[in-house]
Design a protein around this ligand. Structure first.
Ligand code: GUN
Length: 708
């Protein structure tokens, strides 16, 4: 068997810290630091039955790359021989696994069999004494069919045990703090608040599993499952990984991950195998029903379903368990890759068709995105949209549900709040627009397909607001190269003018333009462009001003000053490459997604324009459409490093503006507000206030570089 080295233990000061390395909205790729190495999330903890090992844990580590697994401490505690060996040799030796070992506490047994014979302190001490990496306190299982009063008791009793459990776990073992509360959103939110804030000697829980959800999954009550998740997330500290207790069907991974689940655990791979069933990302298949494999795997390669049916029962259940584990692992890899390339939502959208129950829950989720509830679920949904990078490179496949994708909702919300009619026109006049020109029937790039018509109309009437019609609504011409619009892909017909006057006016109302006289036109292909350099320069400037407003929250009247006398360098294909102000390079439009990259000089000007107090965690901020370039304030110790271009690390931040958008420009300042660097935030302001490890801002350039 290919030997994989034992894990590098993490540094003691890092035990229990969670680091976010990539994100797509609420979905995140993280790293949990343990005594037995790093656990990369989202991942599944395979459940190991200490009495019945279908796949050897050692093989899971070596062959399947599994960094952590979960077993049940109560089962070990109940069996005298296992208990003795576990206490003398340690849990890693007992199950022969070198990675991180997570244990559960017996709560699930209490749900299945009634009471358990062990007390809350005893079971935590036992887990600690076996050398477990992440143990679980004895929570009180809240079944969905319990009365509200019973569920309130389960939340309260679990919370009452939290501090003692943390104290017994001590500094040697990390602890799971489960969230209960049945299907009541308010109880889940309350449980999250209580468990998220519980601590002993400054130590809180390392992970928060969402408990009591197995009966919902068994009954395919997925909408309630996701309601619970969103309600719990609304109050959980964002530096704690979230574990979906007992969830292991690959079909549920994309949606759960898109909503912020980091860990799964399940014995499904083995239980389904014993039952001659195969897991697939869109459901379960019975071995008895198939002639060919729905999915290839290393385990089944070179066999046929008939051959496997003829195997003896034990051999069959091992080979099917291995196949199921491979399918599970590959779906998780697909999800992680989707987080990296910004398509986790599209994957969830696709997978939602796997079951009518899952589909129902996805449709419900889309309704929430469209019109969030007042309450914890709506809070989570709004937070998810705000944490989603609105821009991304690459094609955006047009589908019926595109308008619900969080990045699209985010950019549309930014347009609705931050786009303004130009303050002055190309002929230097000011005042309200005389008309709106809506370009229709033209595909992107509109700078090619529509420019001649745009210039012609602007020459004719300088006070013209130019808009482009797209299948997902009209956009200002100034952002014609911004994704997702410029990357919409689909058959040519998607660009046909399909909206009637009423629909167009309704959409223009979002921009405050519904009262302005409207001209709709389809550009003529190949039309010669009238040479009007002042109009071209004005269009370029509008594009810079509008992007600074949308993506950097800079008031258009301020960025008009910033871009006064602006000059530019253009590419051979006539695209803006460098934008200069006062002869100095201030920013470059990004050709991949239409965003902008500031230079240090541009960041310094933007910083000068932001006159609000330097952000400090915990203090309130003014509510404004244009709060200015978002800032991250770092502590003095970090200034010399970040000033020279090192990334901003969590733990060195004293404040951040709440309108910071992961993936969009921000500046880094010291406590006096002086520019230290500029870059791109990975995390949100809330995460920055909690996280203790990992990169918070990827720095593009330090402002002190020249002096060093
Ligand atoms: N396994 C599945 N559900 C639960 C739960 O609610 N609590 C604990 N401790 N383990 C579980």
């Amino acid at each position: 068997m290919a030997g994989r080295n034992d894990p590098e233990p993490c540094r003691e000061q890092d035990w229990g810290l969670f680091e976010i390395t990539n994100r797509d909205g609420a979905a995140r790729i993280g790293r949990i630091h343990t005594k037995h190495g790093v656990i990369t999330t989202p991942m599944l903890l395979p459940v190991i039955n200490p009495n019945l090992r279908t796949i050897e844990p050692r093989e899971m580590w070596e062959k399947y790359g599994i960094e952590a697994l979960i077993t049940n401490s109560y089962v070990i505690w109940k069996h005298e021989d296992l208990r003795t060996t576990a206490l003398s040799d340690g849990i890693h030796s007992l199950i022969d696994f070198p990675g991180a070992v997570v244990t559960d506490s017996g709560t699930f047994q209490s749900y299945v069999y009634g009471d358990v014979e062990v007390g809350p302190e005893e079971i935590v001490a036992f887990q600690r004494d076996m050398g477990v990496d992440i143990g679980t306190m004895l929570d009180v299982f809240g079944r969905p069919d319990m009365t509200r009063e019973q569920l309130e008791n389960s939340v309260q009793e679990t919370a009452d045990r939290a501090e003692t459990s943390l104290s017994v776990a001590g500094s040697d073992m990390l602890l799971n703090g489960p969230i209960q509360g049945g299907t009541h959103a308010d109880l889940r939110a309350e449980s999250s608040l209580l468990m998220g804030s519980a601590e002993s000697e400054g130590r809180g829980f390392a992970v928060h599993p969402i408990g009591g959800i197995v009966p919902l999954m068994e009954q395919q009550r997925y909408q309630e499952l996701f309601e619970i998740l969103l309600a719990s997330k609304s109050n959980l500290p964002p530096d704690r990984p979230v574990h979906f207790f007992g969830c292991g069907h690959p079909m549920l991974f994309p949606m759960a991950i898109a909503l912020g689940v980091d860990l799964f655990d399940s014995a499904a791979y083995a239980i389904f195998a014993r039952d001659d069933r195969l897991l697939t990302p869109d459901g379960t298949v019975k071995l008895g029903d198939i002639q060919e494999w729905p999915f290839n795997s290393h385990a089944l390669f070179g066999t046929t379903p008939q051959e496997v049916r003829e195997m003896d029962r034990d051999e069959r259940s091992v080979i099917l368990a291995k196949h199921n584990l491979e399918v599970t692992q590959s779906e998780l890899a697909r999800c992680r890759e989707a987080i990296r390339n910004g398509t986790i939502w599209e994957l969830a959208e696709k997978r939602s068709h796997a079951s009518p129950y899952l589909r129902e829950s996805f449709l419900w989720l889309q309704e929430q995105l469209d019109d969030p509830d007042d309450g914890p679920i709506g809070d989570s949904v709004l937070r998810m949209i705000a944490s989603t990078n609105p821009l991304r490179g690459g094609g955006e496949g047009l589908g019926d549900e595109i308008e619900y994708r969080p990045h699209i909702l985010h950019i549309q919300a930014l347009l609705a709040t931050r786009w303004r009619v130009p303050g002055s026109w190309w002929d230097s006049t000011t005042g309200p627009p005389e008309r709106v020109l809506l370009i229709e029937g033209a595909p992107p790039p509109w700078r090619t397909s529509a420019l001649a018509s745009v210039i012609e109309h602007l020459v004719e009437e300088p006070r013209t607001v130019v808009m482009i019609s797209t299948p997902i609504g009209p956009i200002p011409f100034s952002i014609e190269d911004v994704s997702p619009w410029c990357h919409l892909t689909g058959p040519d017909g998607i660009w046909d003018p399909i909206f009637d006057d009423e629909e167009v006016l309704e959409a223009l109302e979002e921009y405050g333009l519904s009262e302005v006289p409207l001209i709709r036109m389809i550009p003529i292909e190949g039309e010669e462009e009238v040479k009007a350099p002042e109009v071209r320069d004005w269009l370029d400037r509008c594009s810079v001003v509008d992007k600074l407003a949308l993506l950097c929250a800079i008031n258009p009247s301020e960025s008009c000053k910033m871009t006064d006398g602006m000059t530019s360098r253009k590419s051979r294909t006539d695209r803006l490459v460098n934008v200069n102000s006062g002869g100095k390079h201030i920013l470059s439009p990004r050709l991949t997604d239409g965003g902008i990259s500031l230079t240090t000089h541009g960041a310094s000007i933007a910083n000068g324009l932001n006159t609000s107090p330097v952000p400090v965690f915990g203090s309130s901020e003014e509510d404004s459409d244009f709060p200015g370039i978002p800032r991250v304030c770092i502590i003095d110790d970090a200034v010399p490093f970040v000033g020279k271009g090192r990334n901003v690390m969590h733990g060195y931040i004293s404040g951040a503006d709440s309108h910071l958008i992961p993936g969009q420009p921000c500046i880094v300042v010291d406590s006096t507000g002086t520019l230290v660097a500029h870059g791109t935030p990975i995390t949100t302001h809330l995460e920055m206030s909690y996280l203790g490890k990992g990169v918070a801002v990827k720095v593009r350039e330090g402002a002190m570089k020249q002096d060093s």
